[in-house]
Design a protein around this ligand. Sequence first.
Ligand SMILES: O=CC(=O)O
Length: 311
Amino acid sequence: MAQIPSDGFDSLSDQFQVIIPKGDAMSEKEIEEHIETVDAIVSVFGHALSNQLIDRAKKLKLIANFGVGYDNIDIDYARKKGITVTNTPDPVTEPTAELAMGLMVAAARQIGKMNNQLRSPEGVQTGVMKNLSTTLYGKTLGIIGMGAIGQALARRALAFGMHIVYHNRKQLSPDIEEEYQATKVSLEVLLKSADVVSLNTPLTPETHHLMGAAQFKAMKNTAIVINTARGSVINEPELIAALKNKEIAGAGLDVYENEPHIPKELLAMDNAVLTPHVGTATQETREEMSRFISDIIDQFFLGTLKKYIVN
Ligand SMILES: O=CC(=O)O
């Protein structure tokens, strides 16, 4: 995980005590040293903040999570303890959608595979009927999870000339559906009709292993799956099997079930384009996330925070 820029926190009032990771996310031990005395803690996505640690807090009122996903915190437990949990959706929407679009283009047009081949001692064989990949223009993108990131991806895909179907708990308003020319369909219909399936849901008990053997079988065998959400939305061994058995054609993955571990089989597959959980890892986004969290902390203690509370 990139270092958290500290500039965003400079303006924080010193009337309350906050634990802010100065370098990488803090270790449990570091948190343990301070947790009893602080009013707020800045936790970091992907780094679990255990209930045992929360239990040791005496004054803690706010856990401000650096990230949109908050599956690293038991938010119901925190609520029972009277602790508010917040996240940072706004700064991460566009960069995450941007990476999802990039993985989609890279997987469909085999950019990763060709890049690797070109640099290998064997090089690339050229010819009019060699290195054939798949055009995205005119194809159908199925977005699972049509929240802010799903919608930002839809906007990009529309510009690429793709058709959009989506699956979501909530129906989008007719205005938004019209803006993205997107149709809500069941998961079954989405899996059957999409040429690209993109996962843009939070990780919850309902979305855990949402995609497994049965869902990959239901997809077209020419289709690709993109995951910039959380690794465990996919059953990873079943994805590997589906890729090996050519039940689907490819994958573009930024997230994995046991990060930072990436299974060797995935690393060896040239129909999988892989990045190491960097959907929000741009300089601009990290700086914006720090400023965003600092504002949240200020507003929370002023009693004016209305948004970004997740529990
Ligand atoms: O994965 C990144 C985030 O949750 O912001």
